[in-house]
Design a protein around this ligand. Sequence first.
Ligand code: NAG
Ligand code: NAG
Ligand code: NAG
Ligand code: NAG
Ligand code: NAG
Ligand code: NAG
Ligand code: NAG
Ligand code: NAG
Length: 734
Amino acid sequence: MLLHFILSLYTLPFTTLQDSNTSAIAKPNCPTHCGNVTVPYPFGIGKDTGCSLDDSFYVTCNSSYKPPKLFLGSTDDNIEIYSISESEFRIHNEFANRCYNRNGTISEDYDWSIELSAFTFSEKNKFTVLGCDDYSIISGRNDGGEFSSACMGVCSKAQDVAENGQCPGVGCCQTSIPKGLDYYSITLNSFQNHTGVWSFNRCGFAFVGEEGTFVFQGTNDLSLEGGVWERIDATVPVVVDWVIARDTRNCSEPSACKENSSCYVVEGGGYRCRCNNGYEGNPYLDPGCQDINECNDPGTHPCYGDCKNTPGSYNCTCPSGSFGDAKIENGCQHPNNSKSSSSIFIIAMVFGLLAVLSGILGIFYCIRRRKVMKLREKFFEKNGGLLLKEKIKSQGSHDAMTLFSIAQLRKASNNYSQENIIGRGAFGVVYKGVLSDKREVAIKKSIIVDESQAEQFINEVFILTQVIHRNVVKLLGCCLEEEIPVLVYEFISNNTRFHHIHSRLGGMSWLSWENRLRVAVEAAGALAYLHSETIMPIIHRDVKSTNILLDDNYTIKISDFGASRLIPLDHEHVTTLVKGTLGYLDPEYFNTSQLTEKSDVYSFGVVLDELITGKKVISADRSNDEKNIATYFVNSVTENRLHEIIEPRILDEGTLEQIQGVADLVKKCLNLQGCDRPTMKEVVLELGNLRKSTAHPWIQQQTFEETRSVAHEVGQCDIFEFSVVTSGYGKMGC
Ligand SMILES: *[C@@H]1O[C@H](CO)[C@@H](O)[C@H](O)[C@H]1NC(C)=O
Ligand SMILES: *[C@@H]1O[C@H](CO)[C@@H](O)[C@H](O)[C@H]1NC(C)=O
Ligand SMILES: *[C@@H]1O[C@H](CO)[C@@H](O)[C@H](O)[C@H]1NC(C)=O
Ligand SMILES: *[C@@H]1O[C@H](CO)[C@@H](O)[C@H](O)[C@H]1NC(C)=O
Ligand SMILES: *[C@@H]1O[C@H](CO)[C@@H](O)[C@H](O)[C@H]1NC(C)=O
Ligand SMILES: *[C@@H]1O[C@H](CO)[C@@H](O)[C@H](O)[C@H]1NC(C)=O
Ligand SMILES: *[C@@H]1O[C@H](CO)[C@@H](O)[C@H](O)[C@H]1NC(C)=O
Ligand SMILES: *[C@@H]1O[C@H](CO)[C@@H](O)[C@H](O)[C@H]1NC(C)=O
């Protein structure tokens, strides 16, 4: 039995292979392929060679290309064919585009039109327009007469543009085209010559292409950085319907369809031939369609008994001596007789053995399971589960916090599979997960907690679930049954961190001066909120650019509270273990282990520094004492070399006052003495004013001066007194 099964598996591919070439693809002595494109009759390679049905089906294979390219008509007609199927072929795409200079004059203008006299463009195509200040008109012609339609892409800010591949009209517009067009032309226009959107969108595009092949990549595509031209060129074909004799409405030449095929009329004119059921091959060529040997193809034509091929069908019957439906598995039944009783005995034996074995396994499993359950309970207790449960109960906030079970999270993360890993940090590994209610979450296995810290851990988890701020990644819950507590956060799908400043792909175009200021203001706002508006101040402790995420709507989300600490108002806070990331770590905290909110301010200063210089935080390319971006920056400012280190794009887009303002702020944040640094609130205030000054240049000077003097006063601190700081926390030291 088994041997037979294996044998039939092995013989299968060969028989199907043999089968497929019995019917002809092209006329005798005519080439069937051009490169890897199959050319079936009625198409034929070469003019006047007799290979094609008529001149409209004549194609050229140009082998001076490697691999050879197939063209409809001659090479000069320049319509490259990618593939040909029973009723369609796919051709190379061209698009219309129009690009503008900063001053609104046109730098490049290319309209597009194409005409196919014998064939028509398929309904499967869509008309797509890309741009933030563009509308495009497509006009064409079909049976019904002239057709025209328009689509417009409008947006005013880069962050309005969706990135999810859809074309909702913001930056990308898509519409259908009617059936039967044999001609279309595309022209592009702009409402305001791109003057309002030039910083992130300089060109408008419009093209017709197969539905589903173009996936909009948002601002990447609008800025041309993602290689949108090349992508359309390589992956978006135009689908063309082909028919024979488009100008007649019937099967005008029934003899065109060979044996065992039939003719059918195509809506819009013309006809095609189709093999009858159970036959395959080329219906336009002698000897016509061939019978399919279904018995050689058990995949689509299953047979569990004796299979016999018949013309156009097959006969599948139960082996002699049995009855039933052989086309379904175990569909044949043997009538009871002496011969089969021995096999029943063997089957019973096997089942008996299996039962005993599974019994033994079952007992082992139960013992193991009980052990595991005990362990889980232990972990739950050790991790402060009871405490947390009590807290949740006393606060009555069930929504805010979910206690997940091990099983739930294992299932969600595919048993913590490697493929689900979306991040790795000093404090743990982050997995992507999908809960049973389809919610996407980020699951973080982190921080080793010993029993003495359980209470604090629970406090922290609990407080974090109360942190509700649009710029802070929300903690949904946790799982305490594992040895190491597991945290579950909302999932930020885009995962574009703004460390993309350093990766030249994609991120660059979005990071305009305006967007950078927004990132800075939002991130600073979130930190200020953590420092001063939560029940107990929270110090993040690991502020860095990779912990600042951007979601689908380009909203900033501060993440990674693995290291963060609550600061009880009435306690001194000396941490035993200095945590943070090299380059961002506050040197004062490093030296004294004295943790204050000002450590976050320092780290934020480094982030801000990155944001305006676009330089790496630690770089071996810089000289010894300037390897660290903070030192490098402060030295540059002191030596009046600011313009040398600011990213050129920012010098273009920002005003001098703004850049100077941010640089001053960075310098203040990077002050070696914590109490000389501004608070996050002051940082927010100053950044907010700097940001506004683009919109209202006339008030700029005034507000700028004001905030400056305020910041200066607050930052006044001459002697750093350890004793004072330990008696309270944060600002009290200054
Ligand atoms: C099928 O292919 C074999 C070898 O590849 C060839 O010898 C044979 O002539 C082909 N049969 C037909 C009907 O084209
Ligand atoms: C033909 O070959 C090219 C590359 O050589 C490949 O990209 C394409 O998918 C192939 N087409 C088919 C129909 O196999
Ligand atoms: C093939 O293409 C090349 C380049 O476009 C052209 O010069 C040549 O004439 C073409 N050959 C044929 C046979 O059409
Ligand atoms: C607009 O800018 C382009 C290139 O930047 C320049 O060639 C052109 O002369 C400018 N036109 C006007 C009217 O300023
Ligand atoms: C756009 O440019 C055209 C010609 O270059 C000009 O006639 C028109 O006034 C401009 N429109 C706007 C809104 O700038
Ligand atoms: C098909 O239609 C044409 C006119 O449209 C007519 O002359 C011809 O006789 C028709 N043929 C058949 C087979 O009906
Ligand atoms: C076409 O099918 C009929 C019956 O379905 C069969 O008798 C005939 O041989 C077939 N012709 C070819 C060429 O396979
Ligand atoms: C299928 O086979 C059975 C038994 O061999 C026979 O009675 C029946 O007529 C066959 N059916 C066809 C369509 O050949």
